[in-house]
Write a protein that binds this ligand. Sequence first.
Ligand SMILES: [Zn+2]
Length: 404
Amino acid sequence: MFFYVFIAVFVFSWLFEFVLSAVNTNYAVSPKRTIPDVLKDDISQDDFEKSKKYMKDKSKVSDIYEIIAFFLNLFFIIYFLPFTEKFVSGISENVIVQTLLFFGIFALISAVAELPFSYYITFSVENKYGFNKSTKKTFFGDLFKKIILSVIFGGIMISVVVKAVESFDNWWIYVSVIIIAFQFIASWLYPVLIMPLFNKFSPLENENLKEKLVKIAKASGFDISKIYVMDASKRTGHSNAFFTGFGKSKKIVLYDTLLSQHSDEEIEAIFAHEAGHYKMKHILKSMVFSVILMIIIIFTVYFITESDVLNSFGISKIYSKLAYAFIFVSAVFSFVDYFLNFISRKHEFEADNYSKKFVDPEYLIKALKVLNKINLSNINPHPFYAALNYSHPTITERIKNLKR
Ligand SMILES: [Zn+2]
């Protein structure tokens, strides 16, 4: 019985997202859409048509990928998980070795299935619209580094978790502590250890701009005098700025693409927005929320694996039970993302308002328009899609808010 509930939940959560995304694309690229009034003077009809074409091209590729991934996962659930359990049990007696092989096989198949799509997106779609700056050498170099990192960190974490599950009765408590500790270590190590593996960081040289940014950072409680420029342009034309890490690993990073695309005043405005996220503890708040959510998820996984609902699935080992329980719980909890996006949009408005304390809002509006134009962003998302899936308010909403 539970098997059919499982399949139904999995299919429904996938189908809901898939249909919603199709509705959004059709809505945005429809000939009925026009340029919103607030953007009339900034976006040419040519650019508008180009942004629609970009969206069509991208969604075609992602639709095909989503469909293939869906059937692949369904095949895993119905047949391949029990098969793999038997296969790895025949190779080693040791549960940790079995676990690593088991998850390694699934990670490998998923990665191989995804590779042609990310390659095509990067070198065909992104290239066609002038976004891709990556070479094949960088692309495969990144892939190699990511594989090594996931083998090391993923391998250690999965081994520790399975050991805890085997050793304790109320293992959900221990696993929660382990995963939270892992996350803290990861977000501490990320700016100092992981990021430098992929990019070069050099100090910001524009002294005049630096002085202004440091002033905003200090006034916002981010007591740091070094601002780094990251060589994002070796991969992409998209741009960003962020505050990252904590304690000694704290870092402020600007993409070099940001410096080449915006005036000093616009960069100041974007920076003041990022400082607002820091000052209003948005990062901390979302971290606390995701920790609570994670504990609930781990407890639910615990509840399912300790009950007998998975008995009819043709498996007996703890790692396959964990895999099934996790797939089910992820599908059930996928709706929580919609709520997280709602909170995130609220935070974006707050950060926009915070930036007004330091910089005339006209500059942030200008910066948003430039970003929108450069990124060929969709300016007409379907309202229902945006309400569920957008982590940022739409550009028209943000401009209206900034003008208030
Ligand atoms: Zn923001």
